[in-house]
Design a protein around this ligand. Structure first.
Ligand code: FEO
Length: 399
C-alpha cells in the first residue's frame, strides 16, 4: 500500500515509523544545527505494538508510515517510553485514531502523561522489570528514572534482540540513513557528545549506575533503537563506552575559554590566556559567545579540565551572553574543573567579580582572583593574562 511516507524495516518484524525534522534549529535552547528525528517503532507481533510517537506536527508522517505496513487500527498496544512532548505530542491523537487496547508507560510516565494530556485516560503503569506478552513476542520494561526525566524507561524486545532506549544513546541528526554504520563516524561522535553534554550531563552518576545494571543484565542486543538519530547496530559497544567515559567526567588537558567582549579588550585578554594555557601544556578552546551558543559551550566543557570565563562589565553586570552561558552550564553540573574569571571594564568592574562568584557556585576550583583590566589591556596586562593561562594549565596538569 504506497504512502507518501513509508516505514523502514529495521529487523525481521520491526519497522521505523518516525519523522525527520530538517527544520528545527533550536530544541528548547539546544542548537540543533543538523535538525533531528523523532523515532517511533512498529512491532509486528501478534499484538501489533507502537513504541513511542512523534512531536505533534509530525502526526501525519507517523500515521502514513504506519499505514504503509498495516492498518493503523490493527495496533493493539502503544508504549510510551518517555513523556516529553517530542515523543508523546501526538499520543492523544494517535490513541483517538487507533483505539489501542492498551497504552503503557512507567508508573511515573502514567502520571506525567496525565499531567500533560488531561483527556488521555486509562494509561496502564508497568513496573520495573515487568514483562508483557505480545503473543509471539514480548516486551520487558526497565525503568531508567532521571535518564533524563523521572518517567523514562526503556523497552526490550527479546525475540528480535532490540533495546528501545528512548532518549538514551540518541542524537539530534536529521537523516534518512537509519543506521550508525551508514553515517560518518565523526558526525556521530560529535552529535552524540553534544546530546550527552546538553541532555544527560547533569545525570552522569545515574548514567554510570544504569550502565552497570545493563552490563549485569547482559541482554543480547543486535540493535539499540533510540528516539532521536540513527539506530546503533555496528558500534553498540563504542557508544556504550563513550557514555561510560562521559559519565565519569574525567578531566582532560582541554581548557575552555568562554568570553564575550564589547570593544575587544576582553577578547584580547582571552587570546593571551589561550597562549599561556597552550604554552604550559593545556589545549585551549576559545569560544567567543557572540558566535558560540550555550550548547556548544556545554559540549566543549563535557570533557574539559578547565573553564575560564571572561566578561566585560555593562551597567554594573556581566555581559548578558555570559550570564546566559553560565546559568545554562550551572544546571548541567559540569564536574572536576579548575578555572578563573577575567574581563575588562570602564568604571566599576563588577562583571568579572560576578563571573568569579558564579564559577565558585558551580564548584569550579578557582586558581586565582579575577583578573580585571581597566579599559584596554597594555602589554603588561596581557602578560598577566598569559600568566593566568599558565597558572590554570599548571594546576590542571597537576590533577
Ligand atoms: Fe527527546 Fe527527553 O525527549
Amino acid at each position: 500500500m504506497p504512502k507518501p511516507f513509508e516505514a523502514v524495516r529495521i529487523s525481521e518484524r520491526v519497522y521505523w515509523v518516525g519523522a525527520v525534522d530538517w527544520e528545527i534549529r533550536n530544541f528548547h535552547g539546544y542548537s540543533t544545527r543538523r535538525g533531528t528525528t523523532y523515532n517511533a517503532y512498529l512491532v509486528l507481533a501478534d499484538e501489533i505494538t507502537l513504541i513511542d510517537t512523534v512531536k505533534a506536527p509530525f502526526m501525519g508522517e507517523l500515521m502514513s508510515r504506519i499505514a504503509s505496513v498495516v492498518d493503523p487500527r490493527d495496533i493493539k498496544v502503544v508504549v510510551s517510553n518517555h513523556a516529553e512532548m517530542d515523543h508523546s505530542g501526538s499520543l492523544p491523537d494517535v490513541v483517538k485514531a487507533v483505539k489501542p487496547r492498551e497504552v503503557i508507560a512507567s508508573t511515573m510516565g502514567a502520571k506525567a502523561l496525565a499531567d500533560h494530556y488531561h483527556d488521555l485516560t486509562g494509561v496502564v503503569a508497568v513496573k520495573d522489570g515487568e514483562r508483557k506478552s505480545l503473543g509471539n513476542m514480548s516486551l520487558t520494561f526497565l525503568e531508567t528514572r532521571m535518564l533524563h526525566w523521572p518517567d523514562s524507561m526503556v523497552s526490550y524486545l527479546a525475540e528480535e534482540e532490540i533495546l528501545f532506549s528512548q532518549d538514551a544513546f540518541g542524537m539530534h541528526l536529521a537523516s534518512h540513513e537509519r543506521f550508525d554504520d551508514e553515517i560518518d563516524p565523526a558526525v556521530l561522535e560529535q552529535e552524540a557528545r553534544k546530546y550527552y553534554a546538553n541532555i544527560l550531563m547533569p545525570f552522569s552518576p545515574v548514567v554510570t549506575k544504569a550502565l552497570a545494571r545493563f552490563a549485569e543484565l547482559a541482554l543480547p542486543t543486535k540493535l539499540v533503537a533510540p528516539d532521536h538519530g540513527p539506530i546503533w547496530r555496528k558500534d553498540i559497544r563504542g557508544i556504550t563506552e563513550s557514555y561510560g567515559r562521559w559519565a565519569a567526567q574525567r578531566p582532560t588537558r582541554k581548557a575552555v575559554v568562554a568570553y564575550d567582549t564589547m570593544w575587544k579588550s576582553t577578547a584580547l585578554m582571552a587570546r593571551a590566556i589561550g597562549d599561556g594555557l597552550a604554552g604550559a601544556g593545556a589545549v585551549p578552546v576559545l569560544l567567543p559567545l557572540s558566535s558560540a551558543d550555550r550548547s556548544e559551550v556545554a559540549t566543549e566543557v563535557l570533557d574539559a579540565g578547565a573553564l575560564l570565563v571572561g566578561s566585560p562589565t555593562i551597567n554594573g553586570q556581566m555581559f548578558p551572553t555570559v550570564a546566559d552561558a553560565l546559568t545554562y552550564l550551572k544546571g548541567l553540573k559540569p564536574a572536576n574543573l579548575v578555572g578563573a574569571a577575567f574581563g575588562s571594564y570602564g568604571w566599576s568592574g563588577e562583571g568579572a567579580l560576578h563571573v568569579h562568584e558564579a564559577l565558585k557556585d558551580m564548584k569550579v576550583e578557582l586558581v586565582a582572583e579575577p583578573l580585571r583590566v581597566k579599559y584596554v589591556p597594555s602589554e603588561e596586562h596581557l602578560m598577566s593574562a598569559r600568566n593566568l593561562g599558565r597558572d590554570v594549565a599548571t594546576r590542571l596538569l597537576r590533577t
